[in-house]
Structure formats: C-alpha cells, structure tokens
Ligand binder design. Sequence first.
Ligand code: 4FD
Length: 229
Amino acid sequence: MKFDILSLFPEYFSGPFDESIIKRAREAGKLVINQVNIRDFAEDRHKTVDDRPYGGGPGMVLMPGPVTKAIRSVKQDGSKVICLSPQGKKLNAALCREFAKCDHLILLCGHYEGIDERVIQSDVDEEISIGDYVLTSGCAAAIIFVDAVSRFVPGVIGHEDAAREETFEYGRFDCPHFTRPEVFEGKAVPSILMSGHHQKIAEWREQAAIDKTSKVRPDLLKIMGEKNE
Ligand code: 4FD
C-alpha cells in the first residue's frame, strides 16, 4: 500500500514513520510512504502557497493552484485523495479497515485556516477528521491516519493484534492487562489471571472490558447493547 503525503513540512514526518512497526512494514515492502512538498508546486518566484481569505478574517488560506498541482503530480487511476480536516467525517476503526483496502492514498495536510474550498470540490474524494479538536496543521492528523490504517494492511502487524482490534470494533474497549511482578506497590494482579482456568480468564476479561467501557464510554456499548449485557 502506498501513501503520498502532501504538506508544507515534509520533515515533520521523519521520526514517526522511522520507528517500530511502521519502520518494519516499510522495510518489508508492505508500506510505501512518500513525502511531497506543496511549496515545490508554487507558481511564482517567491514560492507563495498561501494568501489572505476573500471576505476578510484572520489567518491564511492555502491557494488552489499549488495544492491542485501537487495532488495531480501523484494522482493515478485508483488513487483516493483524502484531506485531513476538522470539518471531515470522524475516523474510526471501520473506516480504517476500508481505507486499508486501497492501493494508493493521497493525504492532503492543510495548514493555517485551511485550504481553498475549490480544491476540496474538484480534487478531494473525502475529508477526514481524527477528532473534534483543531490542530496547527493536518500533519499530526496524517501521522495518526497512516498509523491507524496501516494496522489493517495485511502483514503489518501480527495476527494476535489484528484479532484484538475486532474486539474494539465489536463495541467496547480491550480488557485490562497485567505483567510481572505479581505485586506492584502493594497492588496484586487479579488472582483469576494466575489460575490457569482459560474459560474463567476469558469471562473475567470480557466483564472487565464491559465494566471499563460502561464507566468511560457508555456510548460505545449502546451500539451493540444486547451483546454486552
Ligand atoms: N481534527 C484536524 C485536521 C487538521 C487540522 C486544517 C482545514 C485546518 C484538526 C484543513 C482547517 C486543515 C482533525 C489543519 N486540525 N488543522 O483531524
């Protein structure tokens, strides 16, 4: 699977994609992540990419010319263009699973007050938000998008983790986890986890997951209420 990331700060992404699971997936050829600098497509000698908004107001808007040229420089048949934006559809596991089926995603990272709306109308397939808050740029959102989608690309993570994600999509949190030591700062690991009773452990984990979800995110349980009684 290939990602082309279009931004004004290609250097922003060195680090997150050069560690751990994403690094391994890139080395194994499961993921290709390419950076495109929108400024390379500026149309004047000052390399201007933004301007003041028509109608007035604060901040700057990314101009349609350079952004459109940057998108079209990497777009092919079958590419999907996604703009990371607070005005997008909110990302979740089901959407991540769908996006992971694409061979080529182009991620547009806006800055300032946003991007000229005509680019969204003509060259963007979907606007996606990682949550209801505003960031200084779409770059941090793109890192999260690539990470969350990549987990669903076959071979990027092990089978075990993939199965755990099903649990989240099922409508509740993962269960709490414990490792050595058996007692830490006076707190013991729940004894059922030391019992070796696989059936009882599975039941305890399910109940603990439901308890935590209903305390923190009751809205998740409502999606599949009857299965979580
Ligand atoms: N919640 C998100 C994405 C981008 C962003 C921007 C229009 C602002 C939050 C387009 C306005 C991009 C998010 C940059 N903030 N800021 O996913």
